[in-house]
Write a protein that binds this ligand. Structure first.
Ligand code: GN1
Ligand code: MG
Length: 352
């Protein structure tokens, strides 16, 4: 299969080495090492991205806009195949090939506040350079992706129709997550505020989606499949979800989950570097909420998936999504403990 795919790009498995790449849960990704060049090959998960053409078309329109308006911005576009396409279809699967950005590396775990700052600056820059791009030109690649009200509803439905045994065993965590339902109300009220802007949003701001140079300066962001109209709380919140704690959502020793205040500040500062002149006051007041929103949503998503037999995320061991959900619930609790200390950070950074 991969042989056929590579051929459409004028490459072959004889002259290139293909290895699985990264830790993404959704798409399948490979690194392709050819004599003098390196590429990233991806197969799109169609259970999640039901219309891959919408993904390709978003990347095309953003790329065209940036080439024109911000030619200096580093944007990684897919390579055009010998058949003239930026995404190819082979036996009902969709593939894309990207150039491997030279002298770049990605990281899996945020170890220093500086890395958090650089990443946040890059995600902020991405939304900033697209500030005048008409978001209505973007397709919705996953409908209601970060709609917390819907995620909460899916959780309630899973409690009614899911695996009975798992529901019974999850009783404690279920009631803990119910106790945070005010976050859903706050979310709804924020969205009804006109000062809460719909912006070009990345929707997957984990650290491995940022490329760094040799000096650990951010170069650009990658993985643009979930770029859609959205709210800044998605991007800032997912950075908090994935950078604040020294351990990831996979950790099952929950005592290791802590919220590092200096990393929180680095995220707010890094994001504000490029975004502070466009964020409204209402948005600036919502940095802390962003973290609660995304961590809560991910806890709900993992637990929901556990209750419906892991159909979305899959599970590498029994109870995997239950562990992930518990992990996120602990992270949420740790973040909430810091509300007093952190909630005003960044709020008073005025527009210049
Ligand atoms: C998925 O595949 P990956 O790691 O890029 C998910 C994110 C979750 C994340 C949790 C399309 O992202 O929303 O936060 O797993 N992406 C999709 O690890 O559902
Ligand atoms: Mg992703």
């Amino acid at each position: 299969m991969l042989q056929t795919v590579l051929k459409v790009y004028g490459l072959s498995t004889e002259s290139c080495r293909v290895d699985s790449f990264g830790k993404g849960l959704i798409n399948h990704t490979w690194v392709v090492n050819c004599d003098s060049k390196k590429y990233i090959l991806q197969c799109i998960n169609q259970a999640v991205f039901k219309k891959p053409q919408l993904v390709a078309s978003n990347i095309r329109s953003i790329s065209a806009y940036l080439n024109k308006k911000h030619p200096g911005y580093h944007f990684v576009s897919p390579i055009i195949s010998l058949t003239g396409e930026d995404m190819i279809r082979i036996e009902n699967e969709y593939y894309r090939l990207f150039p491997f950005v030279t002298a770049s590396h990605s990281i899996e775990v945020v170890e220093t506040p500086q890395q958090a700052y650089e990443a946040a600056a890059q995600f902020g820059k991405f939304t900033r350079v697209l500030n005048e791009f008409d978001v209505r030109n973007l397709n919705i690649t996953i409908p209601h992706f970060h709609d917390l009200a819907l995620r909460y509803q899916q959780f309630i439905t899973a409690l009614e129709t899911g695996n009975k045994e798992r529901i019974r065993q999850s009783e404690h965590l279920v009631s803990e997550l119910h106790s945070y339902a005010t976050i859903v109300h706050e979310y709804k009220s924020l969205l009804s505020d006109k000062e809460f802007k719909i912006r070009v949003t990345h929707h997957d701001t984990k650290i491995s989606n940022v490329l760094f140079d040799e000096k650990d300066k951010g170069i650009c962001v990658i993985d643009l499949d979930t770029v859609m109209p959205g709210y800044f709380i998605s991007d800032v919140g997912d950075m908090m979800r994935t950078y604040l704690s020294p351990v990831s959502e996979e950790e099952n020793d929950f005592s290791k989950i802590i919220v590092r205040e200096d990393f929180y500040k680095a995220i707010v500062d890094g994001y504000s570097l490029n975004m502070q002149d466009v964020l409204t006051n209402k948005e600036k007041q919502s940095f802390f909420f962003a973290g609660k929103f995304m961590i809560y949503m991910q806890a709900l998503r993992f637990l929901t998936d556990h209750l419906i037999d892991d159909i979305y995320y899959g599970a590498k061991y029994p109870g995997h999504n239950y562990v992930r959900a518990n992990n996120q619930a602990v992270l949420l609790k740790e973040l909430v403990k810091k509300e007093q200390a952190l909630t005003n950070y960044g709020v008073n950074q005025d527009n210049p």
